[in-house]
Design a protein around this ligand. Structure first.
Ligand code: SF4
Length: 361
């Protein structure tokens, strides 16, 4: 379930991020947030009551799915979706809840556990910079209040790239902020953007990101691949030729270099549609060879098969390399390639990047 603890992003300058551009950041009072939590509780109780009345003995999945067919408002939809998915996790929005005063955020977290004692975890987004500004005992206070996990956008560990992208944080601050979270006992998930270095900085992006992650040793490393749309400042940089987008093949080279340099014990997760090879997942260090083998397998394909796979992924028909063996899908992708390339069977990079645009909002 999503609970809005703050509104929008207090930084809002990252060149690759379209999410809150043009929107003003706002803190919310603890009372306002508690009111929203109270409303969610009332809705949960209503759905439970309906379940008893309908003979489901308090089990909510069936009733939640009926509510989802025509929810009376957004709050109902949010709670019904959450209950339908198991009702285990609550996420504090928006981009950086850690910016709240520690005692206020802790109060919200405690109130959530009191209101929904059956949940399994409370998670939120944070910026590394904000984590560096919290004292270690403030992060411990949040952990003790029941904050289970923080998701931080590391994006890269290469300083010139962080500066170019206006991330507002240095590699050293990423390490300090990340270590503080890990040492507080809060689980940490660091996001990396594959392709963020473009054609110019991909090597340094890979090796320096691995270096920073090795220092932090987060519980999770989550990768997603850069996709561009015109809501992000980076779009203009691409248009005017200042930033050259990397190809899928280059990005896989970059990912290979990143994984080769990782020496931490994190879970590597590739759970985003923008990633070419979502099967590159595993627990480090033991799964490293298996993860690299997936990249080798793609790289060993003949060029026309690599193109077939890239297009199949970008139009959402393939989810893993084994899908190349599905004759029906393979032929359908061949037809798409024929159409996109106007018969030449050579799909240009711009067309592929345009397909990826559909994956982001
Ligand atoms: S990437 Fe995160 S910190 Fe940067 S502008 Fe977007 S929401 Fe804000």
């Amino acid at each position: 379930m999503l609970i809005r603890a703050t509104v929008n992003c207090p930084w809002n300058r990252c060149k690759f991020c379209p999410t809150y551009k043009g929107e003003k950041f706002q803190l919310r009072s603890v009372e306002e947030i508690k009111q929203d939590i109270g409303i969610a509780k009332v809705i949960q109780d209503k759905i439970k009551e309906l379940s008893w009345k309908s003979g489901y003995g308090g089990k909510v999945k069936e009733i939640a799915s009926r509510v989802l067919n025509g929810p009376p408002n957004e709050a109902f939809r949010n709670v019904a979706l959450w209950l339908y998915a198991g009702g285990e996790s609550i996420f504090l929005q928006d981009a950086n809840s850690l910016i709240m005063r520690t005692n206020q955020l802790a109060e919200v977290i405690r109130f959530l556990w009191e209101t929904f004692p059956d949940i399994k975890r409370i998670t939120s987004y944070a910026r590394s910079k904000t984590a560096t500004k919290k004292k270690p005992d403030e992060l411990t206070e949040l952990h003790d209040a029941g904050l289970s996990r923080l998701h931080i956008g590391l994006e890269s560990g290469y300083d010139p790239l962080l500066q170019y992208m206006d991330k507002g944080v240095t590699a050293a601050e990423h390490i300090t902020g990340g270590r503080r979270v890990v040492e507080s006992g809060i689980s940490l998930s660091e996001y990396v953007i594959l392709g963020l270095g473009g054609e110019e900085m991909w090597r340094e992006h890979a090796t320096q990101t691995a270096r920073v992650l090795n220092e932090i040793d987060p519980d999770f490393i989550r990768v997603r691949t850069l996709a561009i749309n015109n809501k992000m400042p980076l779009y203009n940089e691409v248009e005017n030729g200042n930033f050259i987008l990397a190809t899928d093949e280059r990005i896989l080279e970059e990912e290979k270099l990143l994984i080769e340099h990782l020496e931490c014990r994190s879970n590597y997760v590739s759970d985003h549609i923008t990633n070419l090879l979502q099967e590159i997942e595993g627990k480090l260090p033991q799964d490293k060879e298996k993860m690299l083998a997936s990249i080798d397998r793609f790289q060993a394909l003949p060029p026309e098969e690599r193109t077939n796979f890239r297009i199949g992924r970008r139009v959402g028909m393939y989810s893993q390399l084994d899908d190349l063996n599905d004759l029906r899908k393979h032929q359908a992708v061949e037809q798409i390639i024929h159409k996109l390339s106007h018969g030449s069977n050579q799909v240009d990079e711009e067309t592929i990047h345009a397909l990826m645009e559909g994956f982001i909002t």
